[in-house]
Design a protein around this ligand. Structure first.
Ligand code: SOE
Length: 390
């Protein structure tokens, strides 16, 4: 019974695109998950722009708002700090939250640098709080099902992991110079923003990466100064220009510790691809394909199928046999982007309630950050870089 369940009190720092995705997840979790161990209470949301944060508070159903994030961390009626602010603020907020004994959810990438991410990990370990990084695509039922198939040996030894994460929202040269295009705020461009998701999927499904070689480019080097206005929209001042200091696109070759050959591409210049996050895995006994834009489907090829019947079969991952699916609708009734966040938040709260460390967490965040840094180093120095040398 929901009424007698323990509550978990959330304070969220930030309120834009990801603020909405996370708020929605907290609100919907108890609605769908009958067995949720903790019921989230949306206590306080913080942002510097009072008018905007107040509007977010009302629209997303938070009890109160603050214009200074430190006040949220000081409150003793808050159990969890959720960080959905631009990347350069993650470390300071997370370390302060850990010191105050709060559990932490943060958006990806974990930090700007490996050094920062390691300090964040040290802080959460020292203060014994639970921590999670929001690589939500791991929590699509089809991706969880792919993991199950791989772990069961269904496709055997893995030869290839091939991922493309393709977007096009900044292709117009008049798209402004927002925080996502400034290195000191975002850390990197397509690499850390979307490539980091593919790297997380690769680590989840295949294993650790041993070495990388990469090329990166910035096609539009100057843009009008501007800011994000919500979602992936922005507005700018056409008169004043500034320098883009991150990559627009990156291509990576990777060797995994288990011998798998990896190829990754992350770009915001793939016209027509709005959020094409996809991968294909080829193993000795079969292959698996997934594409976020058709996220309920998994394509599976099995070499054992009879001659004449071979080919990729389409599995709709909406049955009870598929992870998380039974929490939502009857078979065949699909779910969407927002549900990946609900599933991830469910895992976070289970970790807190049952006292285990859920994944992906700050350790995964550090591993991911090391790979991002290795990729940048490789592109700069035009050579292979070993992950253990970072
Ligand atoms: C923008 O590229 C963005 O919102 C990313 O920041 C998210 O992590 C990704 O899931 C969707 O695209």
């Amino acid at each position: 019974m929901v009424g007698v369940k323990k509550k978990i009190r959330i304070g969220m720092i930030g309120y834009q695109f990801m603020g909405k995705a996370h708020s929605h997840a907290y609100r919907d979790l108890p609605f769908y998950f009958d067995d949720a161990p903790l019921i989230p209470e949306l206590k306080v949301i913080a942002g510097r722009n009072e008018e905007a944060v107040k509007q977010a508070q009302e629209q997303m159903g938070w009890e109160s708002y603050e214009t200074d994030w430190r006040k949220v961390i000081e409150r003793d009626d808050i159990d969890v700090i959720d960080i959905v602010t631009p990347n350069h603020t993650h470390a300071e907020i997370a370390i302060a939250a850990a010191e105050a004994g709060k559990h932490i959810m943060t958006e990806k990438p974990l930090a700007l640098t490996v050094e920062e991410s390691k300090r964040m990990l040290e802080a959460v370990q020292k203060h014994g709080v639970k921590h999670m990084v929001c690589h939500n695509y791991r929590y699509a039922p089809a991706v969880q099902f792919a993991k199950k198939l791989i772990d069961e040996g269904k496709i055997g030894r893995i030869y290839h992991f091939r991922a493309n994460y393709l977007q096009d929202f900044i292709m117009d040269p008049s798209f402004p110079l927002v925080w996502r295009l400034k290195k000191e705020v975002s850390g990197s461009g397509a690499l850390g923003d979307i490539g980091a998701h593919s790297i997380d999927l690769a680590r989840f499904l295949v294993g650790e990466i041993e070495e990388v070689t990469a090329m990166m480019d910035t096609f539009i080097k100057e843009r009008p100064i501007g800011e994000m206005t919500g979602g992936l929209s922005a507005q700018g001042d056409a008169q004043e220009m500034g320098e883009v200091t991150v990559d627009d696109a990156v291509a990576i070759l990777a060797r995994f510790e288990n011998g798998t050959m990896g190829t990754f591409e992350a770009t915001r210049f793939a016209g027509g691809n709005r959020n094409k996050n996809k991968f294909e895995i080829n193993g000795e006994k079969g292959s698996i394909r997934w594409d976020m834009e058709n996220m309920n489907n998994l394509e599976l090829y099995l070499a054992e199928d009879r001659d004449g019947e071979q080919g990729f079969r389409l599995i709709h991952c909406t049955d009870e046999a598929h992870p998380y699916a039974a929490n939502y609708w009857p078979s065949g009734h699909i779910i969407g982007y927002e549900h990946t966040f609900i599933n991830l938040v469910d895992e976070f709260f289970r970790g807190i309630a049952e006292d285990y460390q859920p994944t992906p967490n700050f350790e995964d965040g550090v591993r991911n950050q090391i790979i991002l840094e290795a990729v940048e180093k490789s592109a700069e120095e035009k050579r292979w870089v070993s992950i253990d040398k970072i």
